[in-house]
Design a binder for this molecule. Structure first.
Ligand SMILES: Nc1nc(=O)c2c([nH]1)NC[C@@H]1CN(c3ccc(C(=O)N[C@@H](CCC(=O)O)C(=O)O)cc3)CN21
Ligand SMILES: CC(C)C(=O)C(=O)O
Length: 448
């Protein structure tokens, strides 16, 4: 355990001991700390610049043509043009613009110049393509994949092969060569959740399994849920240049029932513990820190004390970036309840069969932090669009209004004439054969 962690463990112990003296003493203790340099800062074992960092170890994805390296001041377009010009003049190959991806260093610089980082989930090719419609900085194949796209009750049920399968699809979307045009924003950094079960293995098994997910999923790195227990794994992976985002606060992999998905770090003691964990994970080499479902003030204070960027979900506006589940911002159907909700909305006014199935007329089907951006931007939702489209399709098939003539294919007149002539002859022969067969059968009946 790092000295940071052990030092503030002591502080935490003191706070807990003073618990009978109430929160007042805890508050005083915190106030005193804010005047003096924080204990954990003063006792850090090493300086940031001397610690392991991604600015020193260029990872594999940073192999870009000169002038396009992360942090380069040169314009992307210029660099790409000169590279492709070289390529076509020397080899005669068609022009290829390698898509430039957001790097860990870019994210670090974004924190430093206080440019918010936009992270979003994607589970498949079309949702990855949508990331290319905007400057998404980080694409996350979150293990919410398990609940949202695969219908499992928790993220613990996610199979490693299933995760890899989805990662590769996202990677194909994000890196689609047709979208490598220099006028488009750089491709997002692609990371995935380390599926439940890998971090729980002994280090000798966890490391190769984690690297397998990175390699087979064509990822730039991983997100690993957990506190101090995942430090050995994170230290090991990052020491060899694998990018790891830590994930603290609410850790859905830890819970097997939705009721346990609740606000974290509610008390001063818990908040200090969260900060302590965050510092230890930063020290272990994490390139960023996801903070889920904690009071906004707590996440903001943690953000101020970390050098690496923080990404919040249900953690207020004081983090360096935000993340949401793409299906949530679309108002997609990702639970049976959300389907009933869409049906209920459709049936407004009349007698609604679905509303009788809903537990409470206005019970939320999504966490508090979810904003339905689809509704805001378009007045409808992914779920409503999907339901309306499926209903309209079925209706049109039943009414024979789908397909129409334009939705089919035509045949050349002379080919049709030839086919028709052949079919006429074929049908005549069939009729003759059938008549002959019938004749034989009635003859048999006579004999019997
Ligand atoms: N569609 C989806 N969106 C997510 O953000 C998400 C998933 N699925 N699956 C994996 C985890 C689980 N997450 C969740 C799920 C529920 C709450 C939730 O309902 N929280 C309560 C907190 C109540 C409290 O303790 O005060 C809420 O009302 O927001 C939070 C995070 C976040 N992740
Ligand atoms: C909710 C986000 C942050 C996540 O971890 C996931 O998608 O699994």
């Amino acid at each position: 355990m790092s000295s940071v962690a052990s030092t503030s463990k002591v502080t935490l112990g003191l706070l807990q001991k003073g618990a009978s003296a109430s929160l007042w003493s805890a508050t005083c203790d915190l106030a005193a700390r804010s005047r003096a340099p924080p204990v954990w800062t003063a006792n850090r074992s090493s300086d940031y610049r001397t610690r392991r960092s991604f600015s020193q170890s260029r990872a594999a994805w940073s192999v870009w043509p000169s002038g396009m390296e992360p942090g380069s001041e040169r314009k992307r377009g210029e660099a790409q043009q000169s590279t492709s010009a070289q390529a076509s003049s020397t080899s005669g190959l068609p022009k290829y613009h390698p898509p430039r991806s957001i790097t860990v260093q870019d994210l670090q610089e974004m924190k430093e110049r206080q440019e918010p980082i936009a992270m979003l989930t994607a589970y498949d090719y079309p949702s990855a393509l949508a990331h290319r419609s905007a400057k998404v900085d980080i694409s996350l194949i979150g293990d919410s994949l398990a609940n949202v796209a695969l219908g499992h009750p928790t993220t613990q049920q996610l199979d490693i092969d299933a995760m890899v399968h989805h990662c590769a699809a996202v990677s194909r979307g994000v890196n689609d060569p047709i979208l490598s045009h220099p006028s488009l924003p750089p491709t997002p950094l692609i990371i995935a959740d380390l599926p439940f079960g890998i971090a729980q293995l002994p280090l000798e098994a966890a490391v190769p399994a984690a690297l397998d997910v990175v390699r087979k999923g064509r990822l730039h790195g991983l997100k690993i849920e957990g506190g101090r227990e995942v430090i050995p794994l994170i230290s090991h992976l990052t020491s060899f240049g694998t990018a790891v985002m830590a994930h603290i606060g609410l850790q859905p992999q830890r819970f097997s029932s939705a009721s346990a998905l609740s606000l974290q770090a509610r008390t001063a003691v818990e908040a200090i513990e969260l900060l302590d964990e965050a510092l230890a994970l930063e020290e272990a080499g994490a390139f960023a820190m996801l903070i889920e479902c904690v009071p906004g003030r707590v996440a903001a204070e943690v953000t101020k004390r970390l050098r690496i960027p923080t990404i919040g979900i249900g953690a207020g506006k004081g983090t360096d970036g935000q993340v949401l589940v793409q299906d949530d911002i679309l108002g997609e159907i990702n639970s049976p309840l959300s389907l009933l909700r869409v049906l209920e909305a459709q049936e407004q006014g009349g007698e609604s069969p679905s509303s009788s199935l809903l537990p409470k007329p206005s019970a939320p089907t999504t966490p508090r932090f979810v904003r339905n951006f689809a509704m805001q931007a378009t007045g409808t939702t992914g779920g409503a669009v999907r339901v309306a489209a499926v209903q309209a399709y079925v209706k049109a098939v039943k009414e024979r209004t789908y397909p129409n003539d334009e939705e089919g294919y035509k045949m050349k007149r002379e080919e049709w004439a030839a086919l028709k002539a052949w079919l006429e002859e074929f049908d005549q022969q069939e009729a003759a054969t059938a008549a002959a067969e019938e004749g034989r059968q009635s003859a048999d009946e006579v004999i019997v």
